[in-house]
Design a protein around this ligand. Structure first.
Ligand code: ADP
Ligand code: ZN
Ligand code: ZN
Length: 727
């Protein structure tokens, strides 16, 4: 028998912690990581409280051991609570975001770096020589990534040399934090940049909560400016966190940071190997890692000493996590900064309307950067009316864009063709009987893919279902199947036809499948080995190519499809961002938007470069329509295999909710309606939308509705607070 019980929260989808007994002699504190028996397995968990419920007759299990992982800081625990309350996710699921790596909780393995081996006399390739040269300057083992960055080669070159024993493995003895020298590259800031730096450094110095929007056109030096704020935080011995919307962006930023400061930041995202995750988690939790660059999951790290949070490209909808715990990482980052009582900086060239609204309400301060650095100026935007083009069926590039592409090629400058459609064609249709290839699991067409070294196939971009492409129509057997509409693969064909000598690099998630691929493709472009980049979403953001001067948006209307409440805003931001890829250096850039709706407000705003007017009109529309940011919103998604059951249950759910909120005219419940993609991964889905005035506790209302009845196990009810996707 022991005299003390504790509540242990497990990283599993439970709303409450479980009670365990503490074995004699074990000293525990709130936040300690422990191992406990759970069912017939063992699980890590976190000491949540000492409020024993004295469950006498129940057989209480005993804590097995205390992990030597750092105790989770009080503010991290508060944050877990806050996120669970806000998102209505089980608190155990939120904890799972924090202690996501079991191995991290075990003793870390020694870190391995590499030094020069003996065999350096033999003749080696130029790239390998670069590695040798880089390592000759240092006399301590360095990690693969760091060697690659110093030598200017890919990680693979370094790994291959290690395998051939040209490099030898050696344990890295950690430097004390004070030993890290910040070899800050000196840049002359413009007066506008200097003012921004001063303001941010003052906030960091104040060391309490503040939210600042760093709003500046692409290329105005926002990154440069926030680097200076980060240095301030590090000088104060604090940790700083940079959140990025996508992991593809982390490597260019890490490289830039490394060039600037001469040390490697710690990264945190889903692309890490298990060993990297273990090491990095430990470094972050112990406070050894001073700068953390990561995707949204980095927000949940147990920082002992966070002093600054930066959210770069804050307007990106990729900050919304759509599975598991559903959260908006930018908003949660603001909450985290508030709980930690530290400054947060939201960075964007086209801030979200939510953020603009928060500036107008006085919740956020704003700093503006108006000028591009140096001689670079914003690209000129030209709108091409595709209704006048009358292109033949298989062609998608206007005469004007063709001309500009040829001219740019002749000038030896790079161009980017942007189309957010993977594959060859979004739809395949039979010209005889009208048959269309559809996914058996989803309400969606199959996309034709035409990969260079593989057979053609048809794929669903929602669930991944795929089948080989066929010659004959499955319905009428005639050979009249025709691909309809453009995908990036088809654009490659079209460009090759009129510019046979152009060197083309296609960048989509299909052929740039991982960080290493992305890095290689970026290197090729940087070295000028590419004339025309043809890419999807993944190329739209963050990249900086000095010789890129022309951007062609093949279908500018694509983002307006579907027409959800953020369609116009998102379309504007995306096109603004894509256009911003052009002319980021001395060379003047141009962006061409091909559209069938040249009079649309989004195209007009882009062409006249009047962002503020666009935002103003869009906010007015939202206020008038009584939708966010002027109201709160939640989506309830009811799903299951049996459509009748799902629809009946969704109706019942709405009836219950209406009953419970009868007298409340501040809450509107809309639906249920079949989701636009009714069938998704073999599940039928019905959507309900809840809109409430800002002074209503929406979470509490939904919680009370949810508690009325439990759905049968065949139906799932998902709550999405602040929804971003409406499909
Ligand atoms: P943004 O983040 O606003 O797009 P960046 O910080 O990436 O802008 O700056 C764009 C480019 O201009 C980068 O290559 C950056 O190094 C350079 N740059 C910006 N400000 C300065 C400066 N004051 N001195 C030298 N280079 C600068
Ligand atoms: Zn047919
Ligand atoms: Zn599908």
């Amino acid at each position: 028998m022991t005299d003390k019980n504790v509540q242990i929260l497990l990283p599993k989808p439970f709303d409450i912690p479980f009670e365990y007994a503490v074995p004699e002699g074990m000293m525990l504190a709130v936040g300690d990581v422990v191992k406990v028996p759970f069912g017939n397995q063992k699980s890590y968990g976190v000491v949540w409280s000492f409020q024993s419920q004295q469950l006498e007759n129940k057989k209480i299990k005993t804590v097995l051991e205390k992990s030597d992982a750092p105790t989770l800081p009080e503010n991290t625990l508060k944050f877990i609570h806050w996120v669970a309350d806000y998102t209505l996710a089980p608190i155990g699921s939120v904890l799972a975001q924090v202690i996501s790596v079991d191995a991290a909780l075990e003793l870390p393995a020694p870190k391995i770096g590499y030094v020069l081996g003996e065999a350096a006399n033999t003749k080696i390739t130029a790239k390998r020589q670069q590695v040798v040269d880089a390592l000759e300057k240092v006399n301590k083992p360095l990690r693969v990534q760091e060697i690659a960055l110093r030598a200017g080669v890919s990680d693979a070159v370094v790994r291959a040399m290690a395998q051939k024993e040209l490099l030898l493995a050696k344990e890295i003895v950690e430097e004390a934090i004070s030993d890290i020298h910040h070899e800050t590259k000196q840049v002359d800031l413009s007066s506008e940049q200097q003012a921004a730096v001063d303001a941010l450094r003052k906030n960091v110095q104040a060391n309490n909560y503040s939210a600042t929007v760093l709003d500046g056109i692409t290329g105005s030096g926002k990154t440069e400016v926030y680097f200076h704020a980060i240095v301030k935080a590090m000088e104060m011995g604090k940790q700083a966190l940079i959140l990025l919307p996508e992991i593809n962006l982390t490597s260019q930023l890490i490289q830039r940071f490394y060039e600037h400061f001469g040390f490697l930041p710690t990264s945190w995202h889903s692309g890490l190997t298990p060993a990297q995750r273990r090491d990095n988690w430990r470094d972050i939790a112990s406070g050894k890692a001073r700068l953390i660059i990561g995707a949204r999951s980095a927000l949940f790290m147990p920082f002992p000493d966070l002093g600054l949070v930066i959210v770069d490209e804050e307007h990106e909808s990729a900050f919304k996590q759509e599975d598991g715990v559903i959260y908006q990482a930018r908003d949660m980052a603001v909450a985290r900064a508030f709980i930690e009582n530290i400054p947060i900086v939201l960075v964007s060239a086209s801030p979200s309307l939510e953020t603009i609204h928060n500036i107008e309400c006085g919740k956020y301060q704003a700093i503006h950067l108006h000028a591009r650095h140096g001689t670079a100026i914003l690209p000129e935007i030209e709108v091409v009316d595709m209704r006048k083009e009358k292109l033949p069926a298989k062609y998608f590039i206007s005469q004007r864009l063709k001309e500009l592409l040829s001219q740019n090629l002749a000038k030896k400058q790079q161009s980017l063709l942007y189309l957010n459609r993977r594959g060859y064609a979004p739809l395949t249709l039979c010209r005889t009987c009208g048959y269309r290839f559809q996914c058996p699991n989803c309400t969606s067409w199959l996309v034709l893919h035409h990969p260079p070294y593989k057979a053609d196939y048809l794929q669903c971009h929602h669930c991944g279902y795929s089948q080989p492409s066929v010659e004959n129509c499955p319905e009428c057997k005639s050979q009249t199947l025709a691909p309809c509409g453009p995908g990036v693969e088809r654009l490659v064909e079209e460009v090759k036809e009129f510019l046979p000598n152009a060197r083309i690099e296609m960048m989509t998630s299909d052929n740039v499948a991982n960080l290493q691929h992305a890095k290689e493709a970026v290197e090729k472009i940087e070295k000028g080995e590419v004339d025309i980049i043809i890419g999807t979403q993944m190329i739209a953001k963050g990249y900086h190519f000095p010789n890129l001067t022309l951007v062609g948006v093949v279908d500018a209307d694509l983002g307006l499809e579907g027409g959800d409440m953020r369609a116009a805003e998102r379309c504007y931001q995306l096109l603004h961002q894509v256009s911003g890829r052009a002319g980021r250096h001395e060379l003047k850039g141009k962006a061409v938007l091909q559209t069938y709706m040249p009079e649309n407000m989004v195209m007009q705003a882009l062409a006249s470069n009047d962002r503020d007017d666009f935002n103003h009109k869009e906010l007015q529309r939202r206020q008038y329509s009584h939708i966010p940011p002027y109201t709160k919103m939640a989506a309830i998604i009811v799903s299951g295999k049996n459509e009748g059951e799902v629809s009946a249950l969704a109706k019942q759910w709405v009836r219950n909710a209406l009953n419970l909120s009868k007298n409340n005219n501040k809450i509107k419940i809309l639906g249920p309606a079949p989701a636009p993609i009714l069938l998704l991964r073999s599940n039928y889905r019905y959507r309900i939308l809840v809109i409430a005035d800002r002074d209503i506790n929406l979470q509490q209302a939904i919680k009370s509705w949810l508690s009325v009845s439990k759905p049968p196990s065949s139906v799932k009810i998902k709550v999405d607070i602040d929804p971003y996707s409406f499909y």
